[in-house]
Design a protein around this ligand. Sequence first.
Ligand SMILES: O=C(O)c1cc(=O)[nH]c(=O)n1[C@@H]1O[C@H](COP(=O)(O)O)[C@@H](O)[C@H]1O
Length: 279
Amino acid sequence: MKFTDKLAAAERTNDSLLCVGLDPEPSKFPGAWQHDPSRIFDFCATIVDATKDPVLAYKPQVAYFAAQRAEDQLERLMAHIRKAAPGVPVILDAKRGDIGSTAEQYALEAFERYQADAVTLSPFMGFDSVEPWLKYEDKGLFLLCRTSNPGGSDLQAQRLVTGDLLYEHIARLAQGPWNRTGQLGTVVGATFPAEIERVRELAPTLPLLIPGVGAQGGDALATVRAGWRSRDGRTSGPVVVNSSRAILYASRGNEFAAAARAAAEATRASLAAGRSAAG
Ligand SMILES: O=C(O)c1cc(=O)[nH]c(=O)n1[C@@H]1O[C@H](COP(=O)(O)O)[C@@H](O)[C@H]1O
């Protein structure tokens, strides 16, 4: 099944725009699991089991696993999500980007080893760094476009000779010449609603991954209002809004799973309100 079809099916079934980011930090784990990297799988699997109904997608960030020598636990977690929440797509947040021969290895890692449904990529090295990923036709590829961090402006807000800002150029490439196989999407931070709106204009049919609500202060309602697809009666691509820390660490106590679910439900409701407001 193609990534976009799986995403659309999950959106229908769970009626949700919320992606829960799986960024496990052992120092923030509850009770006896605190500071224990061997509990990364247990922590994340418990979060998945508690949140699998109100979510559209999961997004594990590879650095949190690799930093703790826990790639084997990420493999187990991916298998767990496929079993416990088979309809929920998994976006591997890897932000890869390298010359073609190395990109091939990264693609093997994401899609063969971890069997992710989609991945995040940096477009900085150009089309030939994206091309090897296009061989995996069913998979989604989210290109960083306008990132949520303040330093994103250092490069992404620079004006090119064409008159476009760099992030606008990336959005045009993703919607047009680079999207030979229909697999591309863009990443725009929730902290920049005006840029979400602009990217939606330039790349109207692409999936839009929006991280930055919750811990980074992005507003869920404004985010969806800016990116929602039925504005002006046009049909456009899906919106996937990620929150990680605000859900994972909603409580540091033993009731962390129930607290994570409550936080996920509340965020999902705010996103739904944004969708209604955008109409
Ligand atoms: O590609 C991403 O997911 C991403 C892009 C971006 O512009 N900003 C951003 O925060 N992210 C990721 O989204 C997650 C945000 O986490 P919270 O701030 O805890 O919700 C982290 O895993 C980041 O690595």
